[in-house]
Design a protein around this ligand. Structure first.
Ligand code: FMN
Ligand code: FE2
Ligand code: FE2
Length: 408
């Protein structure tokens, strides 16, 4: 079910938030049982309104309805497009049909991509230069190019008088938070893991661009008090939390919390699982955060969470058996996501693998992770089912690895 909320951020700035509980796989790929929101904004002025971004196409008629609760649709004079991915521009078709010749504003990339997505030329689309002003009535906005967050077309807009930074995908997150703003510590703590999963799935490959964009905001002296993204919470009380979290994730670091170990494994008949269970049992006594994800004949865990939890882990243990002369295909998929999205983060790994007649899973894992610049600290590979001695020794070895990292 999808519903929407309208929220007055300041005297003339409104949030229109669509709560999408229907989309089960974001981008058709990433499982999101927690749902997602699309945040659009309206700034009213004495001479009409400015619309910032939009919703997914299937919610177009609700979008028009929501706009009309704030302003007469015909009063919209300008539409700012920060990013052309259809989760923010799908509803534009319906808006343009109703409005005709309204002015569209965005980057040059956005113009060409939007024309391709909508299948028509947009003569009223005015590409904006970096730093260019958008003015209407007594409102002045600054358009800031922040490319590759996570497409080439992305930008932000700063409303200096109200100190609001509209950021679209950047600083966004999954889930349908109970409130629209960061109303309490509980709300923020509940939301941050969903924002981290979103970062890992959608933004992480472009981490260097996140760091660049934040540096740019600082060097431009952008003194924001409100961060207003295209997904998730609007940060009115503690915008520093989401910005610092994004920076930590872009560096592959934890934002607070205990030493974190994430274990992800696949096991067809339990031979890898036996070793993992022994390691888990040994680690449970330590003062660490331990997350375990599995892909077995009983359970397939959520891959969005797997990547999110790996992103800020201090140590990752990957377990996979040999399959048709290569690596178990479920782990292959996870490992290629890690190697593509977390390239350059130099995460630390321990590999656990089992084989029947000729080991190859560990070699595949080693090759892929090493090529992506990851560090492999230990390789625990064995034939068939692990015996008691091996289980004990391997578990102690893992504890020693953790001690060494923490002591370093
Ligand atoms: C469909 C399938 C394909 C396999 N392919 C290979 C292989 O190519 N080479 C090999 O050494 N073992 C292969 N094995 C054996 C497993 O790697 C081995 O039994 C391992 O211990 C299984 O661990 P698991 O039960 O945790 O998945 C295969 C097993 C299955 C079920
Ligand atoms: Fe996007
Ligand atoms: Fe988005």
């Amino acid at each position: 079910m999808a519903t929407y909320r309208k929220y007055k951020l300041t005297d003339n700035v409104y949030l229109l938030r669509l709560d999408d509980a229907d989309t089960r796989f974001f981008e058709g790929i990433w499982p999101i049982p927690e749902g997602i929101t699309y945040n659009a904004y309206i700034i009213t002025t004495g001479e009409g309104s400015i619309l910032i971004d939009g919703w997914k196409r299937e919610f177009s008629s609700m979008f028009i309805e929501a706009i009309e609760e704030v302003t007469d649709l015909r009063d919209i004079r300008k539409i700012v497009i920060h990013h052309t991915e259809p989760d923010h521009t799908g509803s534009l078709d319906a808006v343009l049909r109703a409005l005709g010749n309204v002015e569209l504003l965005g980057t040059q990339f956005a113009k060409s991509m939007l024309e391709a997505f909508l299948g028509k030329s947009l003569p009223n689309f005015k590409p904006l230069k970096d730093g260019e002003k958008i003015t209407l009535g007594d409102v002045e906005l600054t358009f800031i190019h922040t490319p590759w967050l996570h497409w080439p077309d992305t930008a932000m807009t700063y409303y200096a008088e109200k100190k609001i930074l509209f950021t679209c995908d950047a600083f966004g997150g999954y889930s349908i938070p109970r409130t629209v703003i960061d109303a309490s510590e509980d709300i923020v703590n509940e939301y941050l893991p969903h924002a981290r999963d979103y970062f890992a799935n959608i933004v992480a490959k472009y981490s260097q661009h996140v760091i660049k964009a934040v540096d740019k905001l600082v060097s431009m002296g952008i003194d924001y008090k409100i961060v207003a993204p295209g997904h998730g919470l609007v940060w009115v009380n503690r915008p520093d939390i989401i910005v610092k979290s994004y920076l930590a994730w872009a560096r592959g670091e934890r934002f607070g919390g205990k030493f974190k170990v994430v274990i992800v494994y696949s096991s067809m008949y339990g031979n890898v699982e036996k070793m993992i269970s022994s390691i888990v049992e040994r680690l449970e006594g330590l003062d660490i955060e331990l997350k375990v994800y599995k892909f077995t004949d009983k359970t397939h865990d959520n891959i969005s969470d797997v990547l999110g939890d790996m992103l800020d882990a201090d140590l990752i243990i990957l377990g996979a058996s040999t399959y048709e002369g290569a690596l178990n295909p479920l782990m292959e998929k996870i490992v290629s996501s890690i190697c593509s999205k977390f390239k350059g983060l130099r995460k630390r790994f321990i590999i656990v693998s089992s084989y029947g007649w000729a080991a190859s899973a560990d070699k595949e894992l080693t090759r892929k992770l090493t090529d992506a610049g990851m560090e492999i600290i230990k390789n625990i590979t064995y034939k068939g089912r692990p015996g008691r001695d091996l289980l004990e020794k391997a578990s102690e070895d893992v504890v020693k690895v953790i001690r060494d990292i923490r002591g370093a």
